[in-house]
Design a protein around this ligand. Structure first.
Ligand code: FMN
Length: 334
């Protein structure tokens, strides 16, 4: 049964109009299955499974765990087409393994649109600014997600907040759109819908799900962190990332401040994804760029995914009640 009726809930049979966004190293079959059973649409991160066979096996595991409920694959494309680019293979493997929807990000998906159409995939393209959403609409994506400056991970270079993005998207887009960046409360879902969105995407709020395959100490650190505990780094190499503030963000900030021309090669020993992966395994959050956003302020306990969604649902109902209460009696009479 659906609680809110939008293009997103209708298309995928969701209870709430929520996407559980791709999470590097964390969004696996258990994550998408937990999201699916909670009534949301989760995305398994293809980049976490660099070998094609491993990706195929994980999608098959997700299919079994989801028991007929939909899930998708996140295809984070590199900013530039480089030799060995895997996007095409991931689209093909996904379709062959019965996946019907992909969340793309990182680069204009235009070169892949003929293939995506041939494979019959629904594409939800994720961008960090409304101007890119307009471009994505023009190349024929089915839906577009716009994440604002508050988001965990890559907010882009414009750093416009989600509230402004939502109003602009409602004004400027014709295709269904999803709002993300700092979303972790049911009231924000209702607000996004009021602004014309078909739903929201969440990342940070879901990092405390018991089903997430990460060390308990990592999840506890996320639960205890506040909205003030993130740091922005990597702007000097035009790859801004919002992560949990820690020793790595302090060191990277120093390098970027000391030398505005610092190169990605110089930063790599500190920012390599391998270090972040280790933090998820060991629970030591002092090192690595560990994506997390302002929704840390709305993320207070480690609980099963179902409980997170039950809470969101209660918050949605309270917010809908507030809207009912805010309606002018004279308008009702008119
Ligand atoms: C730990 C973490 C890892 C992420 N990894 C990816 C990724 O690999 N690909 C991607 O497209 N988005 C990634 N994201 C972004 C999320 O899918 C989502 O768009 C974002 O978290 C929404 O903002 P929020 O964190 O404020 O909820 C990641 C986010 C987090 C928190």
């Amino acid at each position: 049964m659906t609680i809110l009726n939008t293009e997103l809930t209708r298309r995928f049979g969701l209870r709430l109009p929520v996407l559980a966004g791709g999470l590097m190293w964390l969004a696996d079959a258990d994550y998408v299955a937990a999201a699916a059973h909670a009534g949301a649409l989760g995305f398994l991160t293809a980049a976490s499974f660099p070998e094609d066979d491993a990706l195929r096996a994980e999608i098959a595991r997700a299919r079994a765990l989801c028991g007929g409920k939909p899930f998708g694959v996140n295809v984070s494309m590199l900013p530039k087409l480089v030799p060995g680019d895997r996007a095409e293979a991931v689209f093909r493997i996904s379709a062959e393994e019965g996946v019907t929807v992909v969340e793309t990000s990182g680069r204009n998906p235009e070169p892949y649109m003929p293939l995506i159409r041939e494979l019959g995939l629904v594409v939800i393209h994720k961008v960090p600014a409304v101007r890119y959403a307009i471009k994505a609409q023009s190349v024929g994506v089915d839906m577009v997600t716009i994440v604002g400056a508050e988001c965990g991970g890559h907010p882009g270079m414009d750093m416009v907040g989600s509230f402004v993005n939502a109003a602009m998207a409602g004004r400027d887009l014709d295709i269904p759109f999803i709002i993300g960046g700092g979303v972790g409360h049911g009231s924000q879902i209702v607000a996004a819908l009021a602004m014309g969105a078909s739903g929201v995407v969440m990342g940070t709020r879901l990092l405390v799900a018991e089903e997430l395959n990460a060390h308990q100490d990592y999840k506890r650190a996320i639960a205890e962190a506040s909205e003030r505990d993130t740091a922005l780094t990597m702007s000097s190499v035009r790859n801004t990332v919002r992560t949990l503030a820690n020793e790595t963000t302090a060191a990277v900030t120093k390098m970027e401040t000391d030398n505005p021309n610092v190169t990605i090669a110089e930063l790599m020993p500190l920012v390599s994804g391998k270090i972040g992966r280790k933090a998820y395994e060991t629970g030591d959050v002092s090192h690595g760029l560990l994506s997390a956003g302002h929704a840390l302020g709305l993320t207070n306990a480690v609980t099963p995914m179902a409980d997170i969604f039950a809470e969101l649902e209660r918050e949605v109902m309270v917010s809908l009640g507030r809207l009912d209460g805010a309606r002018s009696p004279s308008e009702e009479a008119a």
